[in-house]
Structure formats: C-alpha cells, structure tokens
Design a protein around this ligand. Structure first.
Ligand SMILES: [Zn+2]
Length: 216
C-alpha cells in the first residue's frame, strides 16, 4: 500500500501541476470519446494500451467483462451504459476481453472451480451462451484453445447483451453509436477487432476501420 500512497503524492507533486489546463477543464465536465467495458483483471489498463489520458474513456470493469442483458434488476453495468449513452452521448462502446482471463478460465472449469464462489458463479451465467458455443465446437480441443475461443466468444455474447439495452438500441438505430468487440493479448499487446461485415476478428489496424455494429 505504501507504494500506492507514494504514487498519489508523486502525482500531486509532479503530474497534476504540470497539466493545470487539462485538470481545470476536467474539473468542470467530461466528454469521453468512448465507453470501455473490460475485465477487472489488474493487467488490463485501458488507458495504457489505448494511449489515452484522463477524460477520454468512460470505463466499466468487472470479472469477465460481462454485460448483463437489459432488465429491471439494478446493476452498475446497466446504469453506467444508460448514463454513458443517454447523458454523455458517447459515440462508441468498446467491449474488450483479454488473453488468460481468470473469469473465463473459471467458467471453463465449471462447478468445481466455482464451488466456493457462488456470486462469481451466478455472475458468469451471463456468459453461458459463449460457453455453449465453445462446447459445441469439436475443432477446439486443448484447454488453451478452448480458453482462447471462450474469450472471443464471450466478447460476442456480451455485445449481444449490450444490444438489448434500449438506450443502446435506440442510439444505434439513430446512427449515433457504434459498438466494438476487442480482444487484448497481454503478452504481445496485440488487439483483435470484430468486423461485423465478415463476422470475424481481425487485427486492429489504422487502415481498415471495422466495428461490430449490426446494420440498421
Ligand atoms: Zn479477465
């Protein structure tokens, strides 16, 4: 913890005073470029691997980068999506999975891995469709291949869940919102991006802009 406190003090001493214009602006309002829904895993730092600073990303992170489908059950993800779309008017939502995801590993390992984690088990039910897709694919046999496939499938499942939220569906229909499905590889830094036109993940590049938004 001392290391973290040192970091706060260093930020107050060295970073904040050198960016006074930025923080004066941010003190009044925010206008983020995108919402980022990712895993709570400590290795996934969206601002770092996307090269962004304060004010740029509206971030929600949880175990497994899960998005519960729209319902009347109160939830932090649901409320944050509604606020980001309806109040902040964010133009893009990125749903990002990652390599070596512990939540996806637990989901793969099933009841045994989750025996003492009843809340994690219930939470991961929101990814059941992804698990079913991997389990019915005979081409995916090794544990590593199944985990990798599940990480990618889970991004697609959560994109489906995202589209059930009325604010999201309306904004897409009005061409005010795009959605993106990413998988970040921790070891290499590579990001794969779902291209809805060809229904495949492709490496993220500057040349070809692709997203996961369904046609309206
Ligand atoms: Zn994870």
């Amino acid at each position: 913890m001392e290391h973290i406190i040192d970091g706060v003090l260093r930020f107050q001493r060295e970073v904040h005073p050198n960016n006074t214009a930025l923080y004066r602006e941010l003190a009044i309002s925010q206008s983020p470029q995108a919402m980022f829904i990712g895993c709570a895993d400590s290795r996934i730092v969206p601002e770092v691997f996307t090269g962004q600073g304060p004010g740029s990303l509206f971030v929600v992170r949880n175990a497994g980068n899960i998005i519960p489908p729209s319902s009347t059950i109160p939830g932090g993800v649901t409320a944050s999506i509604e606020y980001a779309v309806s109040v902040l008017g964010i133009p893009d939502i990125i749903v990002c999975g990652h390599s070596g995801c512990g939540a996806m590993t637990a989901l793969l390992n099933g009841a045994q891995a989750l025996a003492k984690l009843p809340n994690v088990a219930r939470w991961l039910h929101y990814a059941d469709a992804a698990l079913a897709a991997v389990n019915t694919d005979d081409a995916v046999d090794s544990i590593e291949a199944r985990l990798q496939a599940l990480v990618y499938e889970n991004v697609l499942t959560q994109l489906d869940n995202l589209l059930t939220h009325p604010a999201v569906a309306d904004a897409i229909h009005n061409k005010q919102l795009r959605v993106h499905g990413w998988v970040y590889d921790i070891g290499s830094g590579r990001v794969d991006n779902y291209d809805a036109r060809i229904q495949q993940f492709v490496p993220l590049t500057a040349e070809a802009f692709a997203d996961a938004t369904p046609p309206v």
